[in-house]
Write a new protein. Structure first.
Length: 755
């Protein structure tokens, strides 16, 4: 008796007589396949048997790589009850119900031309994988064919080589498309979706695109004006194809899904060139992709337009016109440091000066300036590139970032030998930059003798000029501000379509500029405490980040809520006691002796305000906010009959869904865009806009393209049903309807879409 038969009997999956009957009736079919076909064994027992007794790994079918399906059809998958799910070099990982079936392994190897690496999976898992990979892809093609081109013809992928084009063919010819060639490449669904996302991000002014796999969907978010905004959800089963397309565009390894990768894309959208930086990160639910958009043709590097005051600009000019020394611009990622440095370079640029930069990446291309792109893989790092630059007779050197001691040593010594050097550093404010340099390994006397100026900056969102309204902030916010102007009026954006209902549109910079005066230079040389240095700089006229930002509030440019979100609260709480209101400079209030940043007496009343940090104790919101309760699934019902709306609402009540109603197609379309429901149920005959027109409009919009739709109509002709499915509906139910049937169909559709 063979080992598999013996194991099946020993585990009690079959008896000896049943096994003999299976072998006699198999007629060339695998024994496990015949067992699953004729009986209902415990699938998990069979999987466990292969894992424990034969050491065969279990397949992970959460994310099936499109490139693994090259040369494999749905008919083959159903015939052998198996599915390839990953490629490892020249090996193909295949999920099988019987990974010991040598005949099947040989057939698959012959079909694909690859060595088969068998894995085990249950029949249910494999059937679900086949459904999500092959059958749902047909639905996807229909949806994308109904969608607007989304400017695909305006997007030109630069420097895309023939090798990548062949990969597109390999990835999309199976499952999603059967034939891809020439002009048809642009109509491949994943290509169309990625192009639509890129164009939408450009039009929205986004700086980053986040594609994040969740348990049931894939969430797409844009970072606009420094804040992430949810844009849409795409189906979970579409995630591998979208990620593969992005990898192909950025010349990454599409077969590698286990390690992080970084790449770049050069696009031309219309007449505008756009550089993209792509980063992938493996998670337990699949790969997360972040795309950073760099617009090389932007004219946002004029210092005068950055939000800097005239006094601060004069301080900067005094420093960057020096023949030698170091200027440092500090702040967290995304605070505009690179833009400020390029603004200074633009002012310095002339035929009499040799300016060289080393950057990672080159975000702005400046005519007349030599710019070097860091390439760590080629051995071109900041330190060794900087050494080479110093042999090129530069007058001004800009180093993208000081990351280590070696780069810091070279940069500072260059600033002491006749060069003006500028760079960035990740610190919270001007004074903490000094301690950071010492931590890196720069000696205090070198820091003191080289530094000319330290700039700390942040970006705050501007009030939308199209929806300004007067309001009164919460008292707890006002208590943070020392010496609040008497009778001050506060202004904010109320929210409108032009600002995507956020109340903000665009950003401006706020600065804290520390001049290295003789007194401060001496304090740095003597290793004085950071707080003492900052206090001295304030006494000499330095404006703190909080005070600079609050000036924007006084001028009506932004809100106090935005200032608290972006700028550290330390500057505010050290100006006025939050308990008794007494102004002070030291760390304790001289009246009530309450130390700053230690109590949280009033927090409970203010948790609904969207602060990143508690204004009293400085703790992050996640530590003090109550646990978020997951909202119910939303459904929008569209019908012009109030009685029918009520009937559907009653039918869905046992399913605990959040129901919203609309009386016509146009109203339903607006609610779908704003609410982003999990399901839409609509009639056909309605005033203003009928159901068919609404469905077409939903399928043309990126935000609503994948929302499942059920048509609920009294019309029961084949022509109406065909028309509904052609426009993009997922199901069709005729009136009068049965409550149980509607509930079952809603549940089935939501499970199919979201898992």
């Amino acid at each position: 008796m063979d080992p598999l038969s013996e194991a099946l009997i020993r585990e009690g999956i079959v008896t000896s007589d049943e096994l003999q009957e299976l072998k006699e009736t198999a007629s060339g079919q695998g024994m496990i396949l015949k067992l699953l076909e004729t009986r209902s064994p415990d699938e998990e027992k069979i999987v466990s048997l292969f894992e424990t007794r034969f050491g065969i790994p279990r397949a992970d079918l959460i994310e099936i790589a499109p490139e693994a399906l090259s040369g494999f059809s749905e008919e083959t998958a159903m015939k052998y009850l198996c599915i390839p799910f990953a490629r490892e070099g020249k090996s193909l990982c295949v999920a099988m119900v019987d990974p010991l079936d040598l005949n099947t392994i040989q057939d698959i190897s012959f079909l694909t031309g690859m060595t088969v690496k068998p894995h085990v999976a249950s029949r249910t898992e494999i059937l679900e994988g086949i459904h999500s990979t092959f059958r749902m892809s047909t639905d996807l093609v229909e949806v994308m064919n109904n969608a607007e081109p989304a400017g695909v013809e305006d997007i030109e992928l630069l420097d895309e080589e023939e090798e990548e084009e062949s990969q597109v063919h390999d990835v999309f010819q199976t499952g999603v498309r059967t034939e891809v060639s020439g002009e048809d490449d642009l109509t491949a669904p994943a290509i169309k979706i990625v192009n639509s996302l890129l164009k939408a991000a450009i039009e929205a002014g986004a700086s980053d695109i986040h594609i994040e796999p969740r348990q049931k969907t894939v969430e797409v978010r844009f970072r606009i004006d420094g804040v992430l905004n949810r844009q849409m959800d795409i189906p979970r089963w579409l995630h591998p194809a979208v990620v593969s397309r992005i990898k192909i565009m950025s010349k990454l390894d599409i077969a590698n899904r286990r390690t992080p990768q970084d790449g770049s894309i050069k696009l031309k959208i219309g007449e505008s060139p756009v550089d993209l930086r792509v980063s992938t990160l493996p998670t337990h639910l699949g790969e997360k992709v972040v795309i950073r958009l760099l617009r090389a043709d932007e004219e946002e590097i004029e210092l005068e337009h950055s939000g800097i005051t005239r006094d601060d600009l004069e301080k900067l000019r005094k420093a960057y016109t020096q023949p030698q020394g170091m200027i440092l611009v500090t702040g967290p990622t995304g605070s505009g440091k690179t833009t400020t440095l390029h603004g200074i370079l633009k002012l310095l640029n002339s035929k009499e000066i040799n300016i060289i930069t080393v950057e990672d990446p080159v975000e702005y291309e400046l005519e007349g300036i030599t710019q070097v792109q860091v390439n760590e893989k080629a051995g071109l790092g900041f330190a060794n590139t900087l050494r080479s630059i110093l042999r090129q007779d530069p007058d001004v050197v800009m180093v993208g970032e000081i990351r280590d001691r070696e780069t810091a040593d070279i940069a500072f010594r260059a600033s002491m030998t006749g060069h003006l050097v500028m760079s960035t550093l990740h610190t919270n404010d001007t004074a903490s930059t000094i301690s950071r340099l010492i931590d890196i390994g720069v000696e205090p006397y070198i820091t003191a003798s080289s530094l000319l100026l330290i700039v700390a900056q942040r970006l705050v969102r501007l009030n939308c000029p199209h929806c300004l309204t007067e309001y009164t902030p919460d008292d707890s916010l006002l208590s943070l501000v020392p010496d609040l102007p008497e009778g001050m009026k506060f202004i904010k954006g109320g929210g409108c379509p032009k600002c995507n209902h956020t109340g903000y549109r665009g950003r401006t910079a706020v600065f804290e500029i520390m001049e290295i005066t003789p007194t401060i230079r001496e304090m740095i040389s003597n290793s004085s405490p950071v707080d003492a240095i900052k206090k001295k700089a304030v006494s000499e006229g330095m404006k703190t980040l909080f005070n600079s930002a609050f000036e924007k509030v006084v001028n009506g440019q932004t809100t106090i809520e935005e200032v608290i979100r972006v700028v550290s609260v330390d500057d505010a709480t050290k100006g006025k006691c939050h308990v008794c209101g007494t102004a002070f400079i030291e760390d304790k209030c001289p009246v009530c002796t309450v130390a700053t940043g230690t109590t949280c007496e009033n927090c409970d009343a203010d948790l609904d305000i969207q602060w990143k940090f508690c204004p009293f104790c400085g703790k992050e919101k996640k530590e003090i906010m109550p646990e978020r309760i997951e909202s119910r699934a939303r459904v929008v019902i569209v019908d012009d009959e109030p009685a029918l709306l009520k009937m559907v609402e009653v039918a869905l009540r046992p399913m605990n869904m959040e129901v919203h109603t609309a009386s016509n197609g146009r109203e339903g379309l607006e609610k779908a865009k704003s609410l982003q429901p999990a399901l839409i149920i609509t009639d056909i005959n309605m005033p203003v806009m009928d159901g068919y027109e609404m469905i077409k409009a939903l399928r043309r919009n990126m935000k609503t393209m994948f929302i499942p739709i059920i048509i609920l109509s009294s019309r029961d002709t084949a022509e109406d049903k065909l028309r509904g499915f052609t426009y993009g509906s997922d199901d069709y139910i005729t009136k009068p309807f049965d409550y149980g049937e509607l509930q079952a169909r809603v549940k089935r559709l939501i499970m199919r879409t979201y898992g």
